[in-house]
Design a protein around this ligand. Structure first.
Ligand code: AHR
Length: 329
């Protein structure tokens, strides 16, 4: 049964806000000595970015850099070029440099405990931005970012509505071992359990990039042909790569094969306007302002919630043209 878009968005709205009301949000640990009175101009922040793999990531980096400049924060920014070892090395450099706060978007969830312990021993707080790390909660002060599990659930809800509960789906998974790939994978499946007519026929990683999205989709089409009726892409870049592969195969993306992705980047709006993408679940990369506000609070010994969730929605082709001019990424 089809449900109306507004009802769907209302349910999603509840999904976003209900956890805020009932999830305990413990204060940050007392590991950080209060240095009351610091201003943005006093702050030295080290930021270990994971790379530049997508439109989303580029926007995220711009947001961090531009906000630092506007606020007058001294930012030491390192791009790890998709390698965890480079992020770990960056954190160690920031510890030697004795920055006030370290910001980190962990490329994968595991393997962080040792270097986080080193930062804690040096008294330097870590703020996780965009992605979580699987470490005990007392090793970082706060996580600023999206509810990736809910994004996966929302993608499945939207897909179920689009295909009327019946589909043969291929899935383009993000970077293996990353929090968004793990959670978008799990959240999508959680909702699919309610829709036995929707079957995932294949699933493989496209590493969050357009080029890999295209390659993996071409391989899916070679293997399953027109038996594929839907694509779930963990980000817009991979969906855009898949659109190309579907056209090269001679089918119509968005029509013969329905496509739902995550991010809500400008490229996705253009694809929706062209009728080639059916929906995009928003994941907000513009985290600069909130990140530096948290950093300042933390160095001043103020308490911060353990998770600061991003507020996000879902976009559809119907109003893509009207919304596109307002999108900044
Ligand atoms: O961690 C956020 C994800 O990383 C975005 O969805 C994706 O586009 C990016 O590469």
């Amino acid at each position: 049964m089809k449900i109306s878009r507004s009802l769907l968005l209302f349910a999603i709205f509840l999904g976003i806000f209900a956890p805020l009301g009932c999830t305990p949000q413990p204060d940050s640990p007392a590991a950080v000595p209060p240095q009351a009175g610091k201003t943005y101009a006093d702050l030295i922040v080290g930021y270990a970015q994971l790379g530049a793999e997508s439109e989303w990531r580029v926007a995220n980096t711009i947001s961090i850099k531009e906000t630092a400049e506007q606020l007058g924060v001294e930012l030491r920014f390192l791009d790890a070029q998709q390698k965890q070892e480079n992020q770990i090395e960056a954190i160690r450099k920031f510890i030697v440099q004795r920055v006030d706060v370290i910001g980190l978007s962990p490329i994968v969830e595991t393997g962080w405990e040792e270097v986080f312990l080193e930062a804690r021993a040096a008294g330097i707080p870590i703020i996780l931005v965009d992605r979580r790390a699987a470490v005990p909660e007392d090793l970082y002060v706060t996580y600023l970012g999206s509810d990736f599990l809910e994004e996966g659930r929302n993608a499945a809800r939207v897909m179920a509505d689009l295909v009327d509960g019946k589909a043969r789906i291929v899935e383009l998974v993000g970077t293996v071992g990353s929090a968004p790939a793990n959670d978008r994978y799990a959240g999508f499946r959680e909702i699919l359990r309610e829709h036995p007519g929707m079957v995932i026929v294949d699933s493989a990683s496209g590493d969050f990039t357009r080029a890999r999205g295209r390659e993996v989709m071409a391989a899916f089409l070679k293997k399953h042909g027109s038996a594929i009726t839907a694509v779930y892409a963990h980000n817009d870049d991979m969906a855009l790569g898949a659109i190309q592969a579907i056209e090269e195969y001679g089918l119509r993306p968005g029509v013969d094969i329905k496509i739902v992705s995550v991010d809500a980047a400008r490229g996705a709006f253009e694809a929706m306007i062209a009728g080639k993408l059916n929906a995009t679940v928003e994941c907000n990369p513009l985290l600069g302002q909130q990140f530096f506000e948290l950093a300042l609070k933390v160095v001043n010994g103020e308490s911060v919630p353990k998770w600061v969730p991003s507020i996000e929605t879902i976009f559809f082709p119907e109003n893509a043209e009207e919304i596109l001019p307002t999108r900044t990424y």
